[in-house]
Write a protein of this length. Structure first.
Length: 323
């Protein structure tokens, strides 16, 4: 709260590139939506690139660690007036910045009533903020789970509030090894998203324990420190900023491997959908998928965008989302 509420006044005050790592190429509709977000909201935002999944029309989205609200206002445009976006953050001053610009954005978007709300609270305790079971289609998070001491509680709460077939789509910082006590207690490294970074293998075990599908890696970029004092404390540990997607796949959707054909119906992805590092679906092209990917597509909001033929495969099928 102190670091993001008092220490930092703008993104240029950050000492590493952990929180400003670029994401994958953005569709035109997303770039244009970002241009309509108030300049103060953008300046006070400290996330990793943009965390914007696809196929969002009329979805209910929860943003964990929403900060000044940049992603929420961007998503507000993509879900449309019939969708809804909730942002939750622990830092009072950040929530105040987000709330201050609600009327400005709704007027700019031409909405009759707000489709965004901002709450102050902890992402490990979403129930305390009044967030009910199975109430969201998508949970997003942009470089904040590393700031939570209890990562399992965050994923458990995200799983709880997601509807069956829902998705957690998030960027965060991961370490190449478990971090020493010295690093984990360093206040600046905490604020810079490094001291709380999860050992990347632990993400897979926690996701499985909570009930999610295997993590699907979307993108990953190395993090550079650029500060000699911080580099000496970190030593030989390496960090990456990575985007993953996790799905709450119902037991009833479990199926065998098969073939899928993308219909090109997602706005901004009419010719191809880059789903993750393993799967790119081109419009009209037959793609072999394993049982897990078939179940994800069948149970999620992507179901109407694909023709899914379970039990049919022609070649060696990529195994799961893991990369």
């Amino acid at each position: 709260q102190d670091y993001y509420g008092k220490e930092l006044q703008k993104s240029e005050d950050l000492k590493t590139n952990a929180c400003v790592t670029s994401a994958r190429h953005l569709p035109k509709v997303v770039r244009e939506a970002l241009e309509r977000v108030h300049e103060e909201v953008v300046a006070r935002y400290y996330g990793c690139g943009l965390v914007i999944p696809e196929c969002l029309a009329s979805c209910r989205i929860l943003d964990l660690g929403s900060g000044s609200g940049r992603d929420c206002y961007l998503l507000s445009q993509l879900v449309g007036e019939w969708g809804h976006v909730t942002g939750i953050d622990i830092t009072k001053s950040q929530v105040e910045v987000a709330k201050k610009h609600v009327a400005y954005h709704m007027d700019k978007f031409g909405y009759q009533k707000p489709n965004v709300e901002f709450l102050q609270g902890y992402m490990e305790k979403l129930g305390d903020a009044g967030l009910a079971d199975e109430s969201y289609d998508i949970v997003i998070s942009n470089c904040v789970i590393n700031l939570a001491p209890d990562k399992r509680a965050v994923l458990q709460e995200a799983y709880r509030v997601l509807k069956p077939g829902g998705e957690m789509y998030f960027s965060d910082v991961y370490a190449s090894q478990r971090l020493s006590e010295t690093i984990r207690k360093h206040s600046v490294l905490w604020g810079e998203c490094l001291a709380g970074a999860l050992y990347w293998r632990d993400l897979y075990s926690i996701a499985e324990e909570v009930g999610f599908s295997s993590p699907c890696l979307v993108t990953a970029s190395p993090i550079t420190i650029g500060d000699k004092e911080l580099e000496s404390i970190i030593g030989d540990c390496c960090f990456v900023s990575a985007t993953f997607r996790l799905f709450k796949v119902p037991c009833t959707s479990q199926t065998g491997p098969g073939q899928v054909i993308y219909n090109g119906g997602i706005m901004g992805h009419e010719q191809e959908l880059v789903f993750d590092a393993n799967f790119t679906f081109k419009k009209g092209e037959v793609v072999d998928v394993d049982a897990e990917m078939a179940a994800i597509l069948k149970s999620s909001r992507f179901a109407e965008e694909f023709l899914i033929r379970v039990g049919e495969t022609n070649a060696a099928t990529p195994q799961g989302c893991c990369c």
